[in-house]
Write a protein that binds this ligand. Sequence first.
Ligand SMILES: Cc1cc2nc3c(=O)[nH]c(=O)nc-3n(C[C@H](O)[C@H](O)[C@H](O)COP(=O)(O)OP(=O)(O)OC[C@H]3O[C@@H](n4cnc5c(N)ncnc54)[C@H](O)[C@@H]3O)c2cc1C
Length: 267
Amino acid sequence: MIKGMEIKEYIAPKTISETYSLLSESKSNKVIAGGAWIKISFKHVDKLISLDNLALDYIKEDNESFVIGAMTTLRAIETHGGLKQLASGILSQAIGSVMGINIRNIATIGGSIMGKFAFSDLLGVLLVLDAKLVFFKAGDVSIYDFVEMTKVPEDILLEIKLKKDNLKGYFKKISKTHLDFAILNIAITKRDNFKIAVGSRPNIAKLAIDTANYLNSQKTIDEETIENAVEIAGNEIKLGDNLRGSKEYREVLMKTYLKRGIREVVK
Ligand SMILES: Cc1cc2nc3c(=O)[nH]c(=O)nc-3n(C[C@H](O)[C@H](O)[C@H](O)COP(=O)(O)OP(=O)(O)OC[C@H]3O[C@@H](n4cnc5c(N)ncnc54)[C@H](O)[C@@H]3O)c2cc1C
């Protein structure tokens, strides 16, 4: 028994199909990755199914893409030389803003996605990188479709695919202290087109599609178009209150950092 968590049985299968069968048996069965979150989420679990023996801990890189196994730790991704170059290093920056190295050495990318945390610093970045998620049963699912789903699928996330698109990127997390959850986070990428995501609103990260479409339709990006874009984002992205910040404060933050981010990626 882990403190705060009652577990009837712990199993570490050697195949993904066995893992999936065990997960599908009952809603009270759960998979565990790094365990950093699940251990503090006070659940009763019949069968706790470890993903440790499935060889899902890898980062593969070729000329066109990166493929990251779901069991890869946040720290391994943060410090990977190739990924540090992707879109001005926004994935590495976002991960580097999550707690301390000790947590990042345990927490995995798979758990960070499947937790579908509203406070997530990763989901917005994965949205603007147009990540593809590969599930055991569902196959390829875009990160956009995953984030928009009302329920987390009862499936095993195997890997994450990221294209090398020569993007410029911007990431900003605003939090009271380095160790705290974000009051708001913003991720932007641009090569030919803009992609903009706002997270910890306090709801889950969302793509600002109208805002990006407006910017993409402009011949030049100047201060006037940036002002207009920020106005569109204000209507498009719903912000709210929680104990970390008020709606009004988030509105100011979003305007300020969207402007800075757009200027940054058009430099
Ligand atoms: C104290 C603390 C502070 C944190 N602060 C931040 C923060 O500021 N910003 C931020 O972005 N994140 C933060 N996190 C979240 C952290 O980055 C990880 O996302 C989190 O720990 C989950 O990763 P894990 O490997 O520990 O997953 P686990 O705890 O093992 O699992 C999390 C969930 O995902 C499921 N799951 C895991 N892997 C898979 C898979 N491959 N397929 C299917 N389901 C799977 C599990 O069943 C479980 O429901 C924080 C976590 C902690 C503990």
